[in-house]
Design a protein around this ligand. Structure first.
Ligand SMILES: [Zn+2]
Length: 137
């Protein structure tokens, strides 16, 4: 199971909307944070664990809600949810299995390689602080 599915199993959309935005009413509706309105038109489907605003048309799962609310990437939202809801998910391990995580590791490897190459070839010309920075990356 992927990291997003694990989070969706661990925390409901209802809890996410209530924690970061507003407590839904008895019909599981809240005023939408993504457009101006006075009557609640953002509806939460507790069975499918998704949300949809019938005013502006946006919707998705709980992770998407937090990501859109904070204007961050879904993976960043996932990380916040794991922390805030004390979910027993190792973000770094799960993230490294995803294409985005593998790309991040590849970029880190490249940075390491470039840093080492620069350290070996131009060590004398660089100030000490920049050498140690490149070597650590
Ligand atoms: Zn809306």
């Amino acid at each position: 199971m992927g990291i997003f599915d694990q989070i969706k199993q661990g925390v409901s959309v209802l809890d996410i909307v209530a924690k970061y935005h507003a407590q839904p009413n008895r019909a599981n509706k809240v005023c939408c944070p993504f457009h101006l309105e006075k009557t609640a038109s953002l509806s939460i489907d507790t069975k499918q664990n998704i949300w949809k605003c019938f005013g502006c048309g946006v919707g998705g799962d709980g992770i998407r809600f937090l990501a859109k609310l904070k204007d961050i990437e879904d993976f960043e939202a996932a990380k916040i949810l794991i922390q805030d809801f004390n979910l027993r998910i190792d973000f770094e391990t799960e993230f490294s299995k995803t294409p985005q995580g593998q790309l991040r590791e590849y970029i880190k490897d490249c940075q390491r390689h470039i840093g080492q190459t620069i350290c070996l070839t131009t060590q004398k010309d660089l100030p000490l602080s920049s050498i140690s920075y490149l070597c650590i990356v």
